[in-house]
Ligand binder design. Sequence first.
Ligand code: ZN
Ligand code: ZN
Length: 311
Amino acid sequence: MFQQLAAIVLVVTALVAHAQPPTPAPAAPGTLPPTLSEVANDVRFAIVKTSQLQTRERMLFSGGRFSEKVDIVFSAVLVQHGQTSLLFDTGLGSQVAEQYAADMPWWNRPFFRYDNPVTPVRRQLEQAGIPPVQRIVVSHAHWDHLSGLADFPEAEVWLSSEEHHFLGEAGSSAGSPWPSQVAHGVRWKDIEFQHGPHEGFERSQDLFGDGRVVLVPLYGHTPGSVGLFVTVTSGTRYFFVGDVVWNVRALQEGRPKNWAARRIVDHDVALTQAAIEKIRAVMQRDPKLVVVPAHDGPVQSGLGYFPHWVR
Ligand SMILES: [Zn+2]
Ligand SMILES: [Zn+2]
């Protein structure tokens, strides 16, 4: 039954995914502003959970156990480098119900959903007395990562130039950027990966020039997906890998997403697998590295959620 349904999902998605390609908004020229050059002793982050869902491990990766229930979370990561804060992804925002109604096709809904209540990042930060963030970096342009953008209309939003181009493929599908999420006029800014090799990745973008907060390309899941290394005050290093995998067990075993999911949401299956292998190589070189997939509930709850800080 699941396979029949998944096949229908696959066919219909393929038919409609690229039906309405609007033109992406123009990016500001250049890359990151020099104002981020900052010396900081204290670097920390907090995972801001906006929603969650329970599913079967089998739905997350090939070979996962059908009997095993796993928590999926929809989170943003608030990174604080000295006096400067930035958000990595935005989780589900205050308008997610309207966005979902507008752009998630019914045949994708059995597989791509979320549970209420949704607690948007902006609301959580306001309740904690934290001023609105001015800078957002997005791991990639899928609906569950951009939903909260509309809650931060004043922010600059950084993404790789490849992902910026991908916005031109916006459409109503689980695997496409959603028009409803970027219609408010986002202040996009492109990341060009100007800096040298980092952790086995050929290029990088060292956001503060001190090696503490570094972006690397993780292309495949989408054309311009990026990962984020953060070295916190204690010296522990974290690697936020977006949706290359949905679960760290998939990474440990080198397994792709389940076959239906990867056909719907992995833009380039072979490149996604190459990204998995790159991450595995980093893990082998540094067994203390903590890898954090964007939706891995067990890993993220182990680190603790905002207002808890990891430092
Ligand atoms: Zn996602
Ligand atoms: Zn994704």
